[in-house]
Design a protein around this ligand. Structure first.
Ligand code: PAD
Ligand code: ZN
Ligand code: ZN
Length: 375
């Protein structure tokens, strides 16, 4: 390709400061070095985590930055030593890489890779990859930064997918869908006939709900303060939907009464420590499991009565639904193409990339599930 080996100038949405609107700027994206891949992003979703990152929820995010981590694209060029993809391949960037070599990658019980963690500074290797704009160095989010027409990935953070995959839909497999679905099927391991409660019915919570349904849950209760989310939740398999604001008692008491003592599985998909404790208290003593999916500000801490755990509840959490990205993402894409689950229902808006601020406004106003930005 004529761009191979050269710096590419392209559009990107820069967040210059915490909480400020995005500004579309021209950025320079370097050529990929050894074991790096340069990808042309075709479509990128807006996830609740991007909104949280913009508002300083993470300890390891520095401004100015290019956010975005839920995307699909096409390989433009590769650096020396890259063997898993070639120019023209369709790919999904992985915010949780899979180096295949670290102790976590070699452990089948986790999808963490020691090359990345949401609560640690980025690795020196990763910090070397930078974009520039107006002569300033621009930081990257979760090693992938997909709010840019072109981005650089380490080979461990790039999954090759089916050449026929619709990029404007499977981009959701890059975060929201896989996170929610995997939280139900991999982390909670929802059993047929069980009762589940899902706190927060955004793109992630609704994907948890899809996972609970696929796993054969008999009763799925959606919890959200925004009742406009209930219709879609019911369409996707929720048997009941309730709002904490319609009840004068704590929502765990309502759920406990509705389910004869508590649910088998509860999921927090909001990112608030109070809701995390409510989710835990909603699970049945002796056998209930609670999965924390939501990301709270790193300064917030949970204070909980340890007796909730000594009486037999399990509290767990995961990033990216427990999927090892390079291995599992291609399979999730094939499953979506085989209609094992329907991603279309999660997409409420599709906008040109330039309208990124409008997309975030829709999320903040509670009017969208997923907005997909198209380059
Ligand atoms: P979203 O903003 O689309 O959904 C959040 C939902 O929570 C909305 O429907 C809100 O109305 C609802 N809500 C807000 N406050 C309350 C409340 N007090 N009680 C009940 N419902 C409430 O975001 P999303 O679905 O994209 O993301 C949800 C969370 O998951 C967010 O914290 C995000 O950072 C996190 C996330 N985690 C991972 C991971 O790997 N663990 C990946 C992706 C997203
Ligand atoms: Zn690893
Ligand atoms: Zn996300």
């Amino acid at each position: 390709m004529e761009t191979t080996g050269k710096v590419i100038k392209c559009r990107a949405a820069i967040s210059w400061e915490t909480g400020k609107p995005f500004s579309i700027e021209e950025v320079e994206v370097p050529a990929p070095k050894a074991h790096e891949i340069r990808v042309k992003i075709a479509a990128t979703g807006i996830c609740g985590t991007d909104e949280h990152a913009l508002h300083g929820y993470f300890s390891n995010i520095e401004f100015p930055i290019i956010l975005g981590h839920e995307a699909a694209g096409i390989v433009e060029s590769v650096g020396e030593g890259v063997t898993s993809v070639k120019p023209g391949d369709k790919v999904i960037p992985l915010f949780m890489p899979q180096c295949g070599e670290c102790v976590c990658c070699q452990n089948p019980n986790t999808n963490l890779c020691l090359n990345y963690s949401a609560d640690k500074p980025r690795s020196p290797e990763d910090k070397k990859i930078t974009f520039t704009c107006k002569g300033k160095q621009i930081h990257r989010m979760a090693s992938i930064s997909t709010f840019s027409e072109y981005t650089i990935l380490q080979e461990s953070a790039c999954a090759k997918i089916d050449a026929k995959a619709p990029l404007d839909k499977v981009c959701l497999i890059g975060c929201g869908f896989s996170t929610g679905y995997g939280s139900a099927v991999n982390i909670a391991k929802v059993q047929p006939g069980s009762t589940c409660a899902v706190f927060g019915l955004g793109g992630v919570g609704l994907s948890v709900l899809i996972g609970c349904k696929v796993a054969g849950a008999a009763r799925i209760i959606g919890v959200d303060i925004n009742k406009t989310k209930f219709a879609k939740a019911k369409e996707l398999g929720a048997t009941d939907c309730i709002s904490p604001q319609d009840n004068d008692k704590p929502i765990h008491e309502v759920l406990t009464e509705m389910t004869n003592g508590g649910v088998h599985y509860s999921f927090e998909c909001i990112g608030q420590t109070d809701s995390m404790i409510e989710a835990l208290k909603s699970s049945h003593s002796g056998y209930g499991t609670t999965v924390i999916v939501g990301v709270a500000p790193f300064t917030d801490k949970m204070a909980l009565d340890p007796m909730l755990l000594t009486t037999g509840r399990t509290l767990k959490g995961a990033l990216f639904g427990g999927w090892k990205g390079k291995t599992c993402v291609p399979k999730l894409v094939s499953d979506s193409m085989a209609k094992k689950f329907n991603l279309d229902k999660l997409v409420t808006h599709t906008l040109p990339f330039e309208k990124i601020n409008e997309g975030f406004e829709l999320l903040r106003a509670g009017k969208s599930i997923r907005t997909i930005l198209i380059f």
